[in-house]
Write a protein that binds this ligand. Structure first.
Ligand code: DX5
Ligand code: ZN
Length: 212
């Protein structure tokens, strides 16, 4: 399992150190949550912190929960390996995918709990990752919604059948138990914020998820 610790729950005053610690503990991705106060009520900017981790060799997985997809993509592209935007925020999904790719980043597309996974099917050939939200986007520490399970299985099967090269990532309420469930339905990447950064021993928590 690929583990993607979410910096939403990290101590921003020690940002670089928080990223180094999870990398050393075996995390292959670092999940960078960005919020605009419009698509979701909260605002989270990481722009001031990201230059400090530019030299760290870890896959930078940006999750932009924003309405202005291209504006944020442009700002975050220099610091991101992949940028995931929300289907619900886009008026031109294929155009936004192409735009992000033209910035030199891989591309992910996410759906909120109320959006059916069928909505992602037309875009699968163009994506590197699909992100199933297992909580309402906007804040950490919420409980995992079981409705995500069927979506994970559906998308995993659709990708496999068509032979696409696209990861299935799950974000929200992931812990040792819910991570095991998401893994059993076919998740390739597990995002975890409070489960990792809210615990004294990051390594123990990352290892528990990696084993899944
Ligand atoms: C929620 C964010 C998540 C969040 C997950 O909107 O997209 O990445 O950090 O936090 P936990 O793991 O605490 O649910
Ligand atoms: Zn996220």
């Amino acid at each position: 399992m690929i583990v993607a610790p979410s910096v939403l729950s990290a101590d921003k005053s020690r940002f670089r150190d928080e990223v180094l610690k999870v990398k050393d503990a075996g995390a292959e991705f670092i999940h960078l949550d960005v919020m605009d106060g419009k698509f979701v009520p909260n605002v989270t900017s990481l722009i001031e912190y990201l230059p400090s981790i530019q030299d760290i060799d870890i896959f930078k997985d940006a999750h932009i929960m924003v309405m202005d997809i291209r504006g944020y993509a442009k700002a975050y592209a220099p610091y991101s390996s992949l940028i995931t935007f929300h289907l619900e925020a886009s008026e031109d999904v294929k155009g936004d995918i192409d735009f992000i790719r033209s910035l030199g980043c891989k591309v992910g597309l996410s759906i909120k709990p109320a959006t059916p996974p069928e909505a992602l099917i037309p875009y699968l050939p163009y994506l590197d990752l699909v992100l199933v939200m297992s909580v309402e986007p906007g804040k950490g520490g919420q409980a995992y919604l079981d409705e995500a399970n069927g979506k994970i299985a559906y998308l995993k099967k659709a990708i496999k059948e068509r032979g696409y090269n696209c990861l299935v990532e799950v974000d929200g309420g992931i812990n040792g138990e819910t991570g095991k469930i998401a893994a059993s339905y076919g998740a390739d990447v597990l995002v975890a914020g409070s489960y990792i950064y809210g615990h004294a021993d990051y390594r123990e928590r990352i290892e528990a998820l990696r084993r899944l």
